[in-house]
Design a protein around this ligand. Structure first.
Ligand code: MG
Length: 348
């Protein structure tokens, strides 16, 4: 078993801006596992500075993890559970690097068995919820209306808030999309008092739920807001791995899983099981990722209440083909493993 990696730079069609800032260019890392029969598994790391990762830290983590991965999968290429556990023993955090390896190992197992990953798990991909499409924080109202018009085919929109123009943004989106399901994400930008004021207003606009209104560590604040909020509160930045889910039970209504945070597909499944045990809403989101990254999460989409898998749909130059979210419907190729191929014409 051999682990190698390469990097690819992708660009969003428009600058993607959230409460913490934004960018148009994203450098992703592809992990390749090749077994002794020449079968290949692929996974993608989408590092995010907020969680302490950059392209460079991913590459450094891969160098540390490679001997562990090659040993564990060299002994047994099907040892997916043991793989994640040994990676977690080898290094802490580095969720996107570990997730890329986990995804590549699942891809490889699926290909060896000639089944899609969702089949390994016994899941029905047609039970997946619709995926939302994200409207980033615009610089002008005209730009905002254009973004909403471009998202015309998506029935569910996730609106990024957390600027000083939140009220005007939500009003403009609702006017431009009067019948769509709208959810909002403040990306930890509000105070408790401001969150309650905002939620009062959001109720008037028929918003479905509010993601991460307060800073990640402020669990007392989240509980305070949740107890007074008519809208469900979903934790994203506060919820990294399965052990966080138990701490958030009774504090928020739901969790937003991301592979780049949690460090692997098995850990994501564990987060889903933990949240279900506590009667919580389960959502899965993504970073700016190519179809390679999105496809890994799409295979467990049928276990979710809400999905936000638009990372690749926001791109102008996705180098891969895999899962898609046409008109919000999550579609997975009926092909072995993750079902991802490199686009013939892509320059990566
Ligand atoms: Mg979020």
């Amino acid at each position: 078993m051999k682990l190698t990696h390469d990097t690819h730079t992708v660009h969003t069609k428009h600058p993607f801006v959230i409460a913490r800032g934004g960018s148009s260019e994203w450098k992703l890392v592809r992990v390749r596992l090749v077994d002794r029969d020449g079968v290949e598994g692929w996974g993608e790391a989408a590092p995010n500075r907020f969680y302490g990762e950059t392209t460079e830290t991913v590459i450094a983590a891969l160098a540390k993890l490679a001997p562990v991965v090659e040993r564990v999968l060299g002994e047994d290429p099907f040892a997916l559970e043991n793989l994640e556990s040994e990676m977690n023993t080898a290094i802490r955090l580095n969720g996107s690097a570990k997730s890329a390896i986990s995804a590549a190992a699942h891809d490889l197992v699926g290909k060896r068995l000639n089944v899609p990953v969702y089949r390994l798990w016994g899941l029905d991909p047609f039970k997946a919820p619709l995926s939302s499409f994200t409207i980033g924080i615009p610089s002008t109202e005209k730009e905002l209306v254009q973004r909403v018009e471009e998202a015309e085919s998506y029935p569910v929109l996730k609106v990024k808030l957390g600027s000083d123009r939140d009220a005007e943004i939500i009003r403009a989106v609702r006017r431009a999309a009067p019948t769509k399901v709208l959810r909002v994400d403040a990306n930890a930008a509000w105070t408790t008092k401001h969150a309650l004021r905002m939620i009062d207003m959001l109720v008037e606009y028929g918003i479905e739920f509010v993601e991460q209104p307060l800073p990640a560590h402020d669990l007392d604040g989240l509980r305070f807001v949740r107890e007074r909020s008519p809208l469900p509160i979903v934790a994203d930045e506060s919820c990294i791995v399965a052990s966080d889910v138990a701490k958030l039970a009774g504090v928020v209504d739901g969790i937003n899983i991301k592979l780049a945070k949690c460090g692997g597909l098995r850990e994501a499944l564990r987060m889903i099981a933990t949240a279900r045990a506590h009667g919580m809403i389960v959502m899965c989101g993504c970073m700016i990722e190519s179809s390679l990254g999105i496809s890994a999460a799409a295979h467990f989409a049928s276990l979710l209440d809400h999905a936000d898998f638009d990372g690749a749909a926001l791109l102008a130059d996705d180098p891969y083909e895999g899962a898609t979210i046409e008109r919000g419907q999550i579609r997975i190729p009926n092909a072995p493993g993750l079902g991802v191929t490199r686009k013939a014409m892509a320059v990566v």
